[in-house]
Write a protein that binds this ligand. Structure first.
Ligand code: SD4
Length: 329
């Protein structure tokens, strides 16, 4: 379905229902839905452990940004997760390089990319936001900053991941990074606190065996994550290059601003990704979104993506969203 222009959207508005319109513009005859708070939503199975930590912060009265950071730190420190932080797969030169970003509903944000040697890039990103005049630091500069801020350097390449890498190197004499649907699993986590504050955090070791220096969507504000306190929050997972081409998470938030419910906003953003990536059958991209009323949703290209929702009515439930190639073709 093509992206609707304003006239088409208004014509189709009844299809999205009163609640859908209310996301963008509440009126006397179209009142705002009652907000559900707090809520945490995050990508993939490992999102459940991250959600639990974020939920703890939110139910103790903590703020959305603190909860988002606390949540993804759990995944970053888990050596069993091969796509985030400690234990993450290396690039094609055998170096683990990390991308991470966070943002809150007021537009405050911080980011690091191609950072080597720290378990918690998300906390380095937070310091970038808090103590520098910048949004993003990369590579050696990010590393110097992390050291100056007192973060402890750590070897992130674990023996098992090193062995896997050596097998990959042996079996891939062409030395090309793989582009396939299994080559990902970022944690992206969205929070809505009791006070109505929104935040997002996203952290990853990126595409396995990528070129050294490659930066994906995850640390790019607007691509890997985006938050607008008047609307909602979104984050992306999957093949970052495809997400960047569509400025994916910003697009999801803007679609919610126009009145689309989170799931529909994610679906339309996936359609845009597909339109800009002719190889879409070979890749996975998924979005999740949370609006300021606590409603959440997701959509992806391929089956296989799931996400976890923790709210007063959803006890850290895994949700399997619809997908373009699985259920809609
Ligand atoms: C990237 N989007 O670097 C990230 C990878 C990922 O789930 O794991 N997404 O392209």
């Amino acid at each position: 379905m093509p992206y609707p222009n304003r006239r088409d959207f208004l014509r189709q508005a009844p299809l999205f229902g009163v609640a859908g319109l209310a996301a963008g513009c509440a009126t006397a005859s179209n009142p705002e839905p009652e907000a559900v708070r707090p809520v945490v939503v995050s990508t993939w199975q490992h999102g459940q452990a991250a959600n639990a930590a974020a939920w703890e912060v939110l139910t103790s009265g903590g703020r959305a940004l603190d909860a988002a950071e606390a949540g993804v730190r759990v995944t970053e420190a888990d050596p069993a997760v091969r796509t985030v932080g400690l234990g993450g797969r290396p690039d094609r030169d055998g170096v683990v390089t990390l991308d991470a970003a966070l943002m809150d509903g007021s537009g405050r944000c911080g980011s690091v990319a191609a950072l080597e040697g720290f378990v918690h890039p998300i906390s380095v990103a937070r310091r970038v936001m808090e103590v520098t005049p910048h949004v993003m630091l990369v590579g050696d500069g990010a590393r110097d900053f992390a050291l100056a801020e007192g973060f402890t350097p750590t070897e992130l390449l674990l023996p098992e991941t090193r062995r896997e890498y050596q097998v990959w190197l042996r079996d891939n004499p062409g030395y090309r990074p793989p582009i396939n649907v299994e080559n990902h699993d970022t944690i992206g986590l969205l929070t809505l606190d009791r006070q109505g504050g929104l935040a997002a955090a996203c952290t990853t070791s990126g595409a396995a065996y990528k070129y050294h220096g490659r930066v994906g969507d995850s640390p790019l504000i607007g691509a890997g994550l985006y938050v607008d306190g008047e609307v909602g929050a979104a984050t992306a997972t999957g093949w970052g290059e495809a997400v960047i081409r569509a400025c994916g998470s910003f697009l999801v938030v803007e679609l919610m601003r126009q009145g689309h419910l989170p799931a529909e906003a994610c679906r339309l953003a996936v359609e845009r990704v597909i339109a800009k990536n002719p190889d879409y059958r070979e890749i996975q991209v998924g979005f999740i979104a949370l609006d300021r009323y606590g409603r959440s949703g997701g959509y992806c290209i391929q089956d296989g993506f799931d996400y976890a929702v923790y709210s007063p009515s959803q006890a850290n439930e895994m949700i399997v969203p619809p997908s373009k190639l699985g259920q809609h073709e």
